[in-house]
Design a binder for this molecule. Sequence first.
Ligand SMILES: [Zn+2]
Length: 127
Amino acid sequence: MFCEKCGKEIADEAVMCVSCGNSLQLIQSNTTPKDKLPKLPNAIATLVLGICSIVFCCGIGTICGIVALAISGESNKLLNENPDGYSDAGNHKAGRICAIIGLILSGLFLIYYIAIVGLYASNPYYY
Ligand SMILES: [Zn+2]
């Protein structure tokens, strides 16, 4: 590779230029491309389970939503500490949002179900 400051050819593993003393490690770490960033653990799994929690809504979907939130808890902590440090934060966030929506839908269905059962139970001759 070549020194960015003076243009002299230097060893690829060099941490500083032998000609001008320019620190090369600093430049390399500042220009890390986005696809080189580490991936969040479970980001794809969170997204898949989050979508499942909406698609299957109640029963299996409820379990998917709970699992999605559970496995993404650790990633959420990592992301809060370093919001720009991960390449697939979008999948992680979308997965959690889907899981929360799925759980809300499940919750609403449960309330609806209890209300219907309660209505019939309190009015035995309703139908
Ligand atoms: Zn140099």
